[in-house]
Design a protein around this ligand. Structure first.
Ligand code: PLP
Length: 452
């Protein structure tokens, strides 16, 4: 075996004729990076490669590095707001709007009428006000930022009353008590895990109290012996004591979920109509837009919050704003047809079954067997926990001796673009509900490739 001394230097390798061809097509920095990585690996393991094998390894590393890390996948899991897969897919119009703004200069903070400076968060404000009935509206980076900003700007150094049953963790380390601490507001917990009464809130009010915070139970359910205080009642208490009522609504829906056969998810309009002074919600959950956080409510409060220095740290990007405005425009003009999340929620049982059967037929034509089975889709993304939507899925039984359903699932993931399914009773289920129009061919190709 060759010794480490036989290992060429990065410099020597970059001067070799094999390298110049690579540099010509991939650029010197990338080739240097790949060469360094391969040499380091050889040094670390002590396994010195033959030159030919080494050049192949370098080529492989280059290919790996050039493959986009952030790339499309086909979501066949049936989880509509799949956080790991990017939550809400944008409407075509929203994606086009973002792309149109991305590579150009824009009116982001500029009013062409007057030639003066504008405010970026005003761009979507009219639409948001109109759709929600809010007096004031602003956009920030996400709902977590909106909550942090609202608490910091309105309650820092003061007390905020919150029910123990609402001290939730949203995921990714976003825990209400931590956010509260970060904002500098002092959290005053009332009630118990399962029950909180109006008197609990009233009894906790002191001269230092700034606000009552209500946090929507987005991603969990408490069942059994439970009690919580309705927003309307909290609004009355807040008014009586001249406190602010802040609402972390989470999944800001503009549309009635009940009309889709789902449990009721409070809409932004409902929260405002019930008397919340300021509402924070996500734009990429049930709104079906880009990642953003919305702040809606009394104009003076929105203004005060957006003037806080922290607002700059959580400001929204131009591509996001373009996509958000285009999404809101769909609510105005075709409420909410064309918003993928709502198309998925509203997809008819027949259309879903027809797609699953279509996949089955095309697979059969190519000699692959699959079944069409009844299954359940979920909303996901911290919205409507426990809600299940009846669906029809394609069920693929793994080949005998082929590593089982987990291996089949893995092979589907290896496809380009990756197809993401789930395992139910040792079979791989692919749910048409979350597979976008135009992705049917990919499903069929990926299954054929995975079964060989
Ligand atoms: C989802 C959620 C958040 C966080 O929203 P992001 O947009 O992901 O930052 C905060 N609060 C509640 C109640 C939520 O449901």
């Amino acid at each position: 075996m060759a010794t480490l001394r036989a290992l060429p230097s990065v410099h020597q390798l970059l001067e070799a004729p094999q390298a110049s061809a690579m540099v010509a097509s991939h650029g010197r920095p990338l080739v240097r990076f790949a060469v360094q990585r391969v040499i380091e690996e050889e040094r670390r393991t002590g396994a010195i490669a033959e030159p030919e094998a080494r050049w192949s390894a370098i080529e492989r590393v280059i290919q790996e590095l050039r493959r986009p890390r952030l790339r499309p996948v086909v979501n066949a899991t049936g989880v509509i707001l799949h956080t790991n897969l990017g939550r809400a897919p944008l409407a075509a119009a929203a994606a086009e709007a973002a792309a149109a703004i991305a590579g150009r200069y824009s009116t982001l903070e500029f009013d062409p009428q007057t030639g003066r400076r504008g405010r970026r968060h005003d761009l979507a404000a009219d639409l948001l006000r109109h759709l929600s009935g809010a007096e004031g509206a602003a956009v920030v980076n996400n709902c977590a930022a909106a909550v942090l900003l609202m608490l910091t700007a309105l309650a820092k150094g003061k007390e905020v009353i919150v029910a123990r049953g609402e001290l939730v963790e949203i995921g990714g380390g976003f825990r209400m008590p931590d956010v509260m601490r970060l904002s500098g507001a002092r959290m005053v917990e009332v009630g118990t895990t399962n029950r909180t009464r109006a008197e609990d809130y009233a009894a906790a009010i002191t001269p230092r109290t700034a606000a009552i915070l209500k946090v929507h139970a987005s991603n969990f359910q408490v069942i059994g012996f439970t009690q919580s205080v309705e927003l309307k009642e909290l609004a009355a208490i807040a008014r009586q004591h001249q406190l602010l009522l802040l609402h972390d609504l989470g999944s800001g829906a503009l549309v009635e979920t009940a009309a889709y056969g789902l449990a009721e998810e409070p809409r932004i309009q409902d929260s405002l109509a019930s008397g919340a002074d300021l509402v924070a919600c996500s734009a990429d959950k049930l709104l079906g837009g880009p990642q953003a956080g919305l702040l809606l409510g009394r104009a003076a409060l929105v203004d005060r919050v957006m003037k806080h220095p922290l607002a700059r740290a959580v400001r929204v990007d131009k591509m996001t704003l373009a996509a958000l405005i285009a999404t809101l425009d769909l609510y105005l003009t075709q409420s909410p047809a064309g918003v993928p999340v709502w198309e998925m929620l509203g997809a008819s049982a027949e259309s879903i079954a027809a797609r699953a059967q279509g996949w089955q037929r095309r697979l059969m034509e190519q000699g692959a067997l699959a079944e069409v089975v009844a299954a359940e889709s979920t909303v996901g993304g911290g919205s409507l926990p426990g809600e299940r939507l009846a669906t029809t899925a394609l069920a693929i039984t793994p080949r005998r001796g082929g590593g089982g359903a987990a291996e089949l699932l893995r092979r589907l993931r290896q496809h380009e673009p990756p197809v993401i399914g789930r395992i139910v009773e040792e079979r791989v289920l692919l749910d048409p509900r979350t597979v976008l129009p135009g992705e049917d061919d990919v499903i069929v190709e990926a299954v054929i490739a995975a079964l060989v």
